[in-house]
Design a protein around this ligand. Structure first.
Ligand code: ATP
Length: 357
């Protein structure tokens, strides 16, 4: 298999240039998107995250012209979908597959017939349709379900059919509209793994929208945070997760943070009462250092009796990210500056003190 040179892989595939979209609502215009500018590169898995109503669906749907911007423009492969006539739009949409939260399968058709449908509509020959459907069933691991109806499938299997159907025309872009929101955590993981495999095998650009930071962490290369129709931040996932700049990102990341467990929070005092008390520190690692992992010696800077209380480190794209909660006896504690330097944490905070049991 030949690999494309980096410049080609990084070339913009989809460009948003000052895109705005407003809808007529009950009490005036609703500005769903406002001055949105960014680009998505060839072959990347790009995530768009935001709260409900942030404008994610509207943004995704401008890529295949299911929505048309009120101002600005979108370019896909250098083409503005909003400017195309019906016939040219059909051709462009074949280059852009899409999957949905609720799968959108036809219940009266079998798995194979659901996948074959777009090819039948396009007037392809039966032999070609059969070959292509078999290939796709194999790709998504559903060869044994070809003649089964959607009602007999699990949610994860239905989404696999949705993925196979989205790939029938060998598109260059796959749009995923909350594709795992209706699935349990284990099935979500298997669908995300499948999407990542497809992205790598087929060199497909994947654009997904979600309200779940876990999905972004699992498969995205870069992420855009959208709030009230505006771009809050965009960047590599490890950077945005390690050092979120926007309030909206910080709020979305809260559920993934490891705060002081309630039993320890209850015991926390603002000042030590005796030398045997222990100071509790939070150390945050934003991925800028410790690419090889955090040396345990770095924690020894807190003294020989340091205790790891809670937390953990994740590896994202070769960067160590996370938070550790640590305690150490107050007697002979080095200064905060010394600890900060010695541990290599991006952020070090003294949370309070607890009694030694
Ligand atoms: N067809 C429409 N007519 C009027 N308002 C709309 C329409 N579609 C979306 N909106 C409004 O535009 C804003 C953005 O909606 P959008 O569905 O894009 O957000 P979202 O981030 O995808 O939300 P969710 O996660 O809940 O699906 C919301 O205020 C919504 O009510």
């Amino acid at each position: 298999m030949t690999t494309l040179p980096p410049a080609v892989q990084l070339a913009p595939h989809i460009v948003f240039d000052n895109v705005g979209k407003s809808y007529a609502g009950h009490s005036g215009l609703v500005e769903a998107l406002s001055a949105v500018s960014f680009d998505i590169r060839h072959g990347e898995v790009f995530g768009i995250i935001g709260r409900s109503g942030a404008g994610k669906s509207t943004l995704l749907r401008t890529i295949n012209a299911l929505e048309t911007p009120t101002s600005g423009q979108v370019q896909v492969h250098g083409i503005n979908p909003a400017k195309l006539d019906e016939e040219a739009l059909v051709t462009l949409r074949r280059r852009i597959g899409m999957i949905f939260q609720h799968f959108n399968l036809l219940s009266a058709k079998t798995v194979a017939e659901n996948i074959a449908l777009p090819l039948r509509v396009a007037g392809e020959r039966p032999a070609l349709i059969k070959r292509r459907v078999d290939e796709l069933l194999n790709l998504v691991g559903l060869t044994d379900k070809a003649n089964v109806y959607p009602a007999q499938l699990s949610g994860g299997q239905k989404q696999r059919v949705g993925i196979a159907r989205a790939l029938v025309h060998a598109p260059e872009v796959l749009l995923c509209d909350e594709a795992t929101s209706a699935l349990d955590p284990e099935t979500t993981q298997s669908i995300l793994t499948l999407l990542r495999d497809i992205n790598r095998q087929l060199k497909l650009t994947v654009v997904l929208i979600t309200h779940d930071m876990g999905v972004i962490r699992a498969i995205c290369d870069r992420v855009l945070v959208l709030d009230r129709g505006q771009v809050q931040e965009v960047g590599k996932v490890w950077r945005v997760f390690g050092a979120p700049q926007a309030k909206a990102t910080q709020a979305l990341l809260r559920p993934l943070q490891q705060d002081l467990p309630p039993d320890l929070a209850q015991q926390l005092m603002s000042a030590p009462t005796e030398p045997l008390d222990r100071a509790v520190f939070s150390l945050r690692f934003a991925g800028s250092r410790h690419a090889q992992g955090l040396p345990l010696q770095a924690l020894a800077a807190l003294g020989p009796l340091v205790t790891l209380l809670h937390g953990g480190l994740d590896r994202l794209d070769g960067h160590a990210l996370g938070q550790l909660l640590i305690s150490a006896p107050v007697a002979n504690l080095p200064s905060l500056e010394t600890l900060h330097h010695a541990t290599g944490a991006d952020h070090l905070e003294l949370l309070g003190y607890v009694r030694t049991n």
